[in-house]
Write a protein that binds this ligand. Sequence first.
Ligand SMILES: CC(C)[C@H](C(=O)O)[C@@H](O)C(=O)O
Ligand code: SF4
Length: 465
Amino acid sequence: MGRTLAEKVYDAHVVRRVEGEPDLLYIDLHLVHEVTSPQAFDGLRMTDRKVRRPDLTIATEDHNVPTQDILLPIADPVSRTQVETLRKNCAEFGVRLHPMGDAGQGIVHVIGPQLGLTQPGMTVVCGDSHTSTHGAFGALAFGIGTSEVEHVLATQTLPQIKPKMMAITVEGALPEGVTAKDLILAVITEIGTGGGQGYIVEYRGEAIRDLSMEGRMTVCNMSIEAGAKAGLIAPDETTFAYLEGRDHAPKGEEWDTAVAYWKTLRTDDDAVFDKEVVIDATTLTPFVTWGTNPGQGAQLGAVVPSPEDFTDPIERQAAERALEYMGLTAGTPLRDIKVDTVFVGSCTNGRIEDLRAVAEVLKGRKVADGVRALIVPGSVKVKIQAEAEGLDAVFTAAGAEWREAGCSMCLAMNPDKLAPGERGASTSNRNFEGRQGKGGRTHLVSPAVAAATAVKGRLAAPADL
Ligand SMILES: CC(C)[C@H](C(=O)O)[C@@H](O)C(=O)O
Ligand code: SF4
């Protein structure tokens, strides 16, 4: 019987398989950040072990870093300790680190692909749930816990039980003005935040093939928000073109050999998925969330739903609570919802293509009075590129703030936060209660919708301007 892409990558990395026990997988790339690594390094220290493959391990500072005044010491003591601890650990264990201010610094899931470290067919792990982002390259990439981080640091392997396989096929082409973010938000609303639980999801179909690498990363990034272990997309010419010439991509003859192998990384025609979902891309429109989980979403043209719309009692209760937290009334058109803040950034939508989409909308326009708009590049490289293209000038002329690279307002672990009761449109991936600041209210949106919302002062798409 044929195998799926994920099975092929998985099987190629099994170094030990014994009946009744988890498989032991070899890990090709281990990404590290300041939040989930301190205890793992402590564990090594206590048992007098080394990092087994420092050359396959790379660290960056992202969650706790401020996005302005980065030359000053970090004011918050907890954040400062996290970052200092990472620096100390990387120095002691010989791990390459991209610290604040370094040209290679940025959000962990932005820098891996950008450096050409993430490649098709690899196993990629990080103590971070959005590691699924790297699946956009046809890698098997997933988040791990801190004890697993220690295991990988010490052995470069990880015990795993093979997940089930799911296919999400997005047929037809996305209509004009509908983006990868709209697509994945619609998928999660359709299958639910638990819809992918226990599965590795392969995204396929015309709409997926037509996406740029940035768009594919946006889609794979949010796999975890549907509960999936990982999400991935078969590598193709778009993937190869993105990788060619990057710092860590294979060169010369090695490139040709690599591409020949990468071309074999596709699901066989006779492979069987444990679950299949088909989505019609042609019916999609800009999509936003109204609630407090990423599956509580609707088309921008819709109204805030009523809890009565949900037949499942748990969903009904969740909707009721969400409307209360979000300060929303059923029946209100989503386009009438006013926002205080717009955040563009994160590992979901903080890449150059996302910033270009925002600049296209903001060009010659102004951010609405009373709205604060924060535009945060996902990495220093993205920042440099954006400035080379003059995007920063467009942002600041429109009245938006242009910041340094980091996770920023995606989560409330650094100075960029929503105030209690403040309402934001955000290009990030999570809208849980308090995610962007205690009492903050988050609407997840695409970069284009974020930009149009900044101009209108209420949820809007570029077509509304
Ligand atoms: C801090 C980290 C462990 C966390 C994650 O695992 O995803 C963060 O990146 C997030 O997005 O919530
Ligand atoms: S940008 Fe947000 S989702 Fe991504 S790693 Fe940082 S905190 Fe997590």
